[in-house]
Design a protein around this ligand. Structure first.
Ligand code: SAH
Length: 248
């Protein structure tokens, strides 16, 4: 029997041209493509004829069960000798659980490769005309999960270090938790006037950006009905957009 192999591939943030050449090759040669919710469906057009396309989108609240089913699926298909491409939004190792999947494959001695992708926290701001670093304005950049809520005991973010030590912060999964995020940053010393951009559907044609500061962004986002998926970008670099907004 042929030995199967799994490619854990970052599909990039949305614009289908932003996948790597190698990532595209992995789509083209796959017998099975197991893809996540946040990938651009246009990429699946590159699958070879007869390839099996399996949707692995996760419903909120059912993460754990489904993640285990995904592990099982990857193992099963690979053991059948198939080339499996596991397609994930952005980069597979940035809030993508790609490492957990690799870990399972390693345990079963299944060959695998991991292909990086362009992550939304850099690409969405870039398409909004905002660089995450900028000379004299931002010399540090952090990628942070935005869904933690203290009252649920789920907040592992070191707010003080973030607020005092990092110039630009990209929050993923944070748009529904904006009130808490802004509150924590201000409480821990961030200037309330710090600009904030919320970028929805970054790099898609329907990309939408809303600008405010730590005190006003929550209302701006409500007024403009901006929801998931979005990057919440906090930092002085947001101002650069006034000069180099190019995509929207
Ligand atoms: N691995 C992905 C992140 C997965 S976590 C990456 O590297 O980009 C899911 C979160 O990513 C979403 O809640 C949102 O905050 C962000 N995200 C993914 N795609 C996005 C897009 N096109 N525009 C804005 N945010 C996006």
């Amino acid at each position: 029997m042929n030995e199967g192999k799994v490619y854990i591939v970052g599909a990039g943030p949305g614009d289908p041209k932003l996948i790597t050449v190698y990532g595209l090759e992995c789509i083209q040669k796959a017998d099975v493509i197991a893809y996540d919710r946040l990938i651009n469906d246009d990429l699946l057009k590159h699958a070879k004829k007869g390839a099996e396309l399996i949707y692995c989108g996760k419903e909120p609240g059912k993460h754990r069960l489904i993640q285990e089913q995904i592990h099982q699926l990857l193992v099963e298909k690979a053991l059948q000798g198939k080339v499996v491409t596991r397609l994930k939004g952005g980069d597979p190792f940035v809030f993508g659980r790609g490492a957990e999947e690799a870990n399972v494959l390693a345990k079963y001695d299944i060959p695998y490769e991991i292909v990086p992708g362009i992550t939304a926290g850099i690409a969405a701001p870039l398409y909004a005309g905002i660089p995450v670093t900028y000379r004299h304005l931002a010399s540090s950049f952090a990628i942070v999960t935005g869904h933690g809520r203290a009252y649920k005991g789920e907040d592992n973010v070191h707010w003080e270090a973030l607020a005092k030590g990092i110039d630009t912060i990209a929050f993923y999964m944070g748009v529904g938790n904006l009130h808490y995020i802004c509150e924590q940053l201000m409480k821990h010393g961030k200037d309330p006037k710090t600009p904030v951009a919320v970028i929805q559907w970054g790099t898609y044609r329907k990309q939408k950006t809303v600008i405010g500061d730590l005190t006003s962004i929550e209302n701006r986002v409500k007024e403009e009905s901006v929801t998931h998926p979005a990057i919440v970008l906090v930092g002085e670099v947001v101002k650069i957009r006034e000069q180099i907004q190019w995509f929207e």
